[in-house]
Design a protein around this ligand. Structure first.
Ligand code: BDR
Ligand code: CA
Length: 310
């Protein structure tokens, strides 16, 4: 079983990632959830993480609040996509039944990685602030991180024409991570936009009818409505869930080993990911970049996972 830390900003698609990773049938051992400012303020994201873990009965997983703002820039939230709570749609308690630990998320990452007898995988589905801060605080952790599996970037943007939200929020942090030398697997918009939860997909999941699948359906319906409004797309891309689908079955995705850099000097293209898919730089690759997904297999695996909840 792989040990993973889920660093996230839930967020509809982060919530789905947590649900897939935390299922009884999942071979992933979630040692910690850490939250970061992104889709909403870090406190709202923590509340959402706790509510999601409560719904899936995984109060055993500790949640710790991390950075409340990017390394250098001011915080910016994605209210237009995830709503005022960060997880609008389903009815959720304002005061969650579960409590967060009183440790800072960055310290939790450092401690877990340093003390683990096996290398730890970091799954990052929000801005990379916590991961970068952990690497700055204790550079030694790099040696005990098996992989950083992240959602972010792509060869086009969704927050500016060329920048994706997670990278754009904290490009300084992203740059630190891509220069770290740690093995990285990237799920960017190129591939996440191939997995759209549109009407037929939502109908398919509504037929499962258990507490968790019903919750996911409510999330997907809200996500579908904001994606229609903001991007005129027919379904919400389940971006962050790609990281876990990959860990559950790597064969779902086609990856290209390539050289990735992050732009943070320009006002026009701040937060843009440069993905050298044509090997223009002839530079040693530093990441695996997902280019294609087997859509049918991905939905099948998601359905199996949702059915494992009763
Ligand atoms: C990313 O930004 C957030 O809104 C989502 O949760 C996802 O991590 C997509 O650009
Ligand atoms: Ca996210």
């Amino acid at each position: 079983n792989r040990k993973i830390i889920m660093d996230c900003d839930p967020g509809h698609d982060d919530a789905i990632a947590l649900i897939l990773a935390g299922a009884k049938t999942s071979p992933l051992d979630i040692v910690a959830v850490t939250t970061v400012a992104g889709n909403q303020s870090v406190d709202k994201n923590t509340t959402n993480a706790l509510n999601v873990l409560d719904i899936i009965n995984r109060g055993d997983i500790p949640v710790s609040t991390g950075a409340d703002r990017p390394l250098i820039k001011e915080a910016a939230f994605a209210e237009s996509i995830h709503g005022e709570s960060g997880l609008d749609g389903p009815q959720l308690p304002k005061e969650p039944n579960l409590k967060a630990t009183n440790k800072h998320g960055v310290n939790v990452i450092v401690e877990h990685v340093l003390n683990s007898d096996v290398p730890v995988t970091i799954v990052a589905t929000g801005p990379l602030t916590n991961v970068a801060m952990a690497l700055i605080q204790q550079p030694k952790i790099a040696g005990n991180i098996q992989e950083i599996v992240l959602m972010g970037g792509g060869t086009f943007g969704n927050w500016t024409p060329t920048a994706e939200f997670n990278i754009w929020v904290d490009a300084e942090a992203a740059q630190k991570v891509f220069k770290s030398g740690i093995p990285i697997v990237v799920f960017g918009l190129d591939v996440t936009h191939q997995l759209l939860a549109d009407g037929p997909v939502i109908n398919r999941f509504s037929r499962i009818e258990n507490k968790v699948s019903n919750f996911v359906v409510e999330l997907l319906k809200f996500f579908q409505s904001t994606y229609k409004e903001a991007f005129d797309m027919d379904g919400g891309p389940i971006h962050d869930a790609c990281t876990i689908l990959y860990l559950l079955n790597p064969n779902i995705f086609k990856l290209q080993h390539t050289y990735i850099q992050i732009e943070n000097q320009s006002t026009l293209t701040y937060g843009t990911m440069s993905v050298d898919l044509n090997n223009t730089y002839r530079h040693k690759p530093n990441a695996y970049f997902a280019t294609e997904v087997d859509v049918d297999l991905a939905w099948d695996i998601m359905e199996q996972s949702l059915r494992s909840y009763h």
